[in-house]
Design a protein. Structure first.
Ligand SMILES: [Zn+2]
Length: 342
């Protein structure tokens, strides 16, 4: 199925030389002509070498660092500068998922975990000085707030996670891309309000399983109306993660076994894994067909272990966006947020 225009993926995590090359084949097959990748600084030269101009970089903290506090505070200021100077990055990722509260507790934790905390403000000020914009991860699926994050004394309610974000949206006028449909694809009315209150706010569609599950759950007309209303402010993203371990390569000593690394273990399986995300997203946005999603979604069993198991997949209900809305989503909207000529 030819895409209506070249597709730009604003949100992916392309790591590893072999995986990057396999990823590029899958991406091109689905009409993707450019990817914005979020990887730790030390991985960026590898990806640049493999993908050249196909990849752009988003400044990203080093979660694997031994000293995680340093990596998320002062160390990140250094990394932001290096990403800007060495890799021409124009976007700074501020990752504020609720599980950040597992990593940082006690005195001073609020400076890191609150979206408008002291370190976040410093990072945002630096980004503004360097002429950069923002991408943020705030909140997580409703399914997680009902299960993993059920302890509200530790994680807060989902709505609480937006307080600090709204403070920052008012304080820093650069464009902000809130990943994963702003973290709340389950509640389009809430997102309407957030978009109305903040003209500098954009959304991306990344996190394929989550988007397929929750956008399919709304009446189709409601989703069509949302995407049409905010045309120009919703960007296509996949959240594809590529790792050399997916290709069968041996796992480096500093990488622990993870569910993410176990998703594939041969070049063919890696290709299928990456391609399945683009296939599912394009089916969601371009068709109005209804049928099982090609991707298993363990979140279903998280909240209903009777009806579902780890291999269950949700119904994918195609939204069938109009061509102008699709072209904006896939391509034109990104250009609107490129504040520095790239
Ligand atoms: Zn991501």
């Amino acid at each position: 199925m030819p895409a209506p225009c070249p597709i730009i993926d604003i949100h992916a995590h392309i790591n590893g030389r072999r995986a990057a090359l396999i990823y590029k084949e899958a991406a091109e097959l689905y009409g993707v002509s450019r990817v914005y990748t979020q990887v730790r600084l030390s991985e960026a030269p590898v990806v640049r070498d493999a993908l050249g101009d196909f990849a752009r970089f988003v400044a990203f903290p080093d979660f694997r660092a031994q000293d995680r506090t340093h990596a998320m505070t002062k160390g990140y200021l250094d990394d932001i500068r290096a990403f800007r100077e060495e890799h021409d990055a124009r976007i700074v990722k501020l990752w504020n998922a609720p599980r950040l509260r597992d990593f940082f507790r006690g005195p001073g934790a609020a400076d890191i975990v609150e979206f408008d905390g002291a370190w976040r403000v410093k990072q945002a000020e630096l980004a503004m000085r360097l002429g950069m914009m923002f991408m943020v991860h705030v909140a997580d699926p409703d399914t997680w707030f009902r299960t993993t994050y059920a302890d509200a004394s530790l994680y807060g309610a989902k709505r609480d996670h937006y307080r600090g974000l709204e403070v920052m949206l008012d304080r820093f006028p650069a464009p902000w891309i809130a990943a994963h449909m702003g973290g709340w694809p389950e509640d389009l009315d809430f997102l309407d309000g957030l978009m109305e209150r903040h003209a500098n706010l954009y959304l991306d569609t990344s996190a394929t399983k989550w988007m397929v599950r929750e956008l399919s759950a709304h009446p189709r007309e409601r989703v069509v109306r949302f995407f049409a209303r905010w045309r120009g402010r919703i960007l296509f993203g996949s959240d594809i993660v590529t790792l050399d371990e997916h290709t069968g390569a041996e796992r480096p000593a500093d990488v622990r076994a993870s569910a993410m690394a176990d998703l594939a273990s041969s070049p063919e399986a890696a290709f299928d894994l990456y391609a399945s995300r683009y296939y599912a997203l394009r089916r969601l946005f371009e068709t109005d067909g209804v049928g099982p999603s090609p991707i298993a979604d363990p979140d279903l069993a998280m909240t209903d272990a009777v009806r579902f198991n780890a291999y269950s997949s949700p119904i994918l209900r195609g939204i069938g966006l109009s061509e102008p809305t699709l072209k904006s989503l896939y391509h034109a909207a990104v250009q609107a947020v490129e504040i520095v000529d790239g």
